[in-house]
Design a protein around this ligand. Structure first.
Ligand code: HEM
Length: 468
């Protein structure tokens, strides 16, 4: 009898829970369709009811593809979550071309040393050992190691020498740690064992006391190094004059490591991939570099900006076509609310910038999915419509560093080396076209950023010392 009653009451409990869930769902649907201030804005039905939809797309690495698809389906403004809209019209998300701050300019020798010059040394040494003067490189891997060495030297004052030792252990741990931090924010349970083990090996590598070492160095009377670590140590709030404590400096350095290596290296990877897929554009970029600079000259950022507008356009056009942040970045509607695309967005609502939507915006970019660097030539307005580094107060603070790093690597590489696709590279390239008639893109997945999923197969070029 007791078991029977228990059974009945558990059925009752299930029914009760089911009824509560059904009532909650009905409430959400009725609110979304008849009362939400966003009800007149287009968007997917599920997005009006739950924010989980967007989170799940992120977790299964599909958010980039869906951002592009949603822009194409719903246009410049649409509902992304019950309290969030997404925007794609560049006029709603303005940005400016800003020049490089003086202090960062002084870091350029270090950026060149750990970036392009290190790559050049490694490639020349390998070419020197090769019987036919040719080597096959996985450029995604080499760029990743070089950008990691660069940010490691600048943010921790540490020489990792990952590129020289061809060691990608540290870079893998840095990526794993970033993923761990992001998932910890989304799913707090991952904060605990066994996921917490992810941090251990990375911390062991970073445990060398960067800040203590730096203070010790300065005590010996050595010149103050010009790098990010020193900038963080010296920084003070302009009003209160308070500086950061050691923990805060360490946090800044760690964020710079997490945010500042894969972003630049994957951007460079897409740039080289697109040049290889468009031989005429590659030839034009290479000719511009070689007609402006002699072989033994190391091109600086300022020189590249003033003399190599086409090379710069090639880089930015690849950042437009394959934005490294190919999903959404949230902002909050101001206290007075804001009207976008004729719709009033009340205060406190989230407004997410749809990166692929903005960068492929049909009314802004003619033939948006075509790789065409000429669209940026002598066109400041077009540069302003690019949203590579995000708009507003959260604009990427590492953008100047990334620009120096990427443009000096690309320009000098075009000057010193000839690049060609390997003979067995037949699955992609200039003659393998997609449905739009453009060279097919590498398959990529959006984990933290949209990375090629098969770099060993897709990111290969044959490198030789320049022949002319
Ligand atoms: C091609 C290279 C890069 C791209 C495309 C890029 C892009 C971005 C974007 C779009 C954001 C904004 C995120 C948001 O709106 O919340 C961002 C934030 C950030 N980036 Fe970059 N970034 C690059 C390189 C770097 C480098 C080299 C560093 C470090 C030295 C860096 C450090 C940061 C930091 C610390 C933030 C957070 C800023 C904040 O929340 O206020 N990034 N980046």
């Amino acid at each position: 009898m007791g078991i029977f009653l228990d059974h009945l009451s558990s059925i009752g409990l299930v029914k009760l829970l089911f009824s509560i869930a059904a009532a909650l769902l009905s409430y959400k649907i009725i609110y979304a369709l008849y009362f939400s201030p966003l009800r007149h804005i287009p968007g997917p039905f599920l997005a009006r009811i739950t924010s989980k939809r967007n989170q799940i797309l992120s977790m299964i690495s599909k958010v980039g593809i869906s951002a592009q698809h949603e822009y194409e389906t719903y246009g410049d403004l649409y509902v992304l979550e019950p309290n969030a809209v997404a925007i794609s019209n560049p006029s709603d998300v303005r940005t400016d071309r800003i020049s490089i701050p003086v202090y960062l300019g002084r870091m350029e020798p270090a950026i060149l040393k750990h970036g392009y010059l290190a790559l050049k040394n490694v490639w020349e040494e390998r070419i020197g050992h090769s019987l036919n003067g040719k080597i096959s490189i996985n450029y995604m891997k080499d760029f990743a190691l070089a950008t990691f060495d660069t940010i490691g030297a600048l943010a921790l004052g540490q020489e990792f020498n990952c590129l020289k030792q061809n060691d990608d252990d540290v870079t893998k741990w840095a990526t794993a740690t970033t993923i761990w931090h992001v998932s910890r924010a989304a799913v707090p349970l991952t904060k605990y064992f066994p996921f917490s083990l992810l941090l251990g090996p990375l911390e062991a590598k970073f445990k060398r006391p960067a800040i203590a070492n730096r203070k010790e160095l300065l005590r010996t009377g050595a010149d103050k190094p010009v790098d990010l670590l020193q900038a963080f140590i010296d920084a003070e709030d302009p009003e209160s004059k308070i500086s950061m404590d050691d923990l805060q400096v360490k946090a800044e350095s760690t964020v710079a490591i997490a945010a500042g290596s894969d972003t630049s290296s994957v951007s460079l990877t897409w740039a080289v991939f697109l040049l290889m897929a468009h031989p005429k554009i590659y030839a034009r970029a290479r000719n511009q570099v070689r007609s402006n600079f002699p072989v033994d000259h190391v091109i600086t950022y300022a020189e590249a900006r003033s003399k190599l507008p086409f090379v710069e356009a090639c880089l930015y056009e690849s950042l437009r076509l394959c934005p490294i942040n190919a999903s959404y970045f949230p902002r909050v509607s101001p206290p007075s609310g804001i009207t976008l695309q004729g719709h009033f967005i009340p205060p406190g609502m989230e407004i997410h910038v749809n990166f692929p939507g903005v960068n492929h915006h049909a009314d802004t970019w003619a033939n948006p999915l075509k790789y065409d660097p000429t669209r940026l030539l002598n066109n400041d307005e077009a540069y302003r419509s690019l949203f590579t580094f995000a708009p507003g107060v959260h604009i990427c603070p590492g953008r100047h560093l990334a620009k120096i790093e990427m443009l000096t690597i690309l320009s000098n590489m075009l000057k010193d080396f000839d690049m060609a696709l390997p003979e067995d590279y037949t699955h992609l390239g200039p003659n393998v076209l997609d449905a739009n008639g453009f060279p097919k893109m590498m398959e990529s997945a959006h984990i933290l950023i949209p990375e090629p999923v098969n770099p060993k197969r897709d990111c290969r070029v044959i490198l030789t010392k320049r022949s002319e």
